[in-house]
Design a protein around this ligand. Structure first.
Ligand SMILES: [Zn+2]
Length: 95
């Protein structure tokens, strides 16, 4: 009796294609900053940012929330949400 048995076991190689890596929106680098003071979020459209008239934003945060007066302000997603929320409860302008 020899020792001639080459173990021919097929190894089941599991190709783990379900290896999820969730490192998406962490290192997004935009080009537009949120104009609200002390906010470091991006206001790029890609990440849900919005632009709106200065006056409309001042309505919610007051002019002190902005470093200076400008025609349009850029808002990050979070701030835009806040704005939307604020506006929802208010009656429409009567003028
Ligand atoms: Zn913001």
């Amino acid at each position: 009796m020899g020792f001639k048995s080459k173990a021919r076991k097929k190894r089941i190689v599991t190709n783990d294609s379900s290896n999820e890596k969730k490192s998406k929106d962490i290192e997004f680098e935009g080009s537009i900053n949120c104009d609200i003071k002390d906010c470091n979020n991006w206001a790029d459209k890609k990440v849900g940012g919005r632009k709106m008239a200065y006056a409309r934003a001042v309505d919610v945060w007051g002019s002190s929330a902005f470093p200076r007066k400008m025609k349009k302000v850029s808002l990050c997603k979070a701030h835009y949400r806040v704005w939307k929320k604020e506006k929802k409860g208010e009656p429409k302008e009567w003028e």
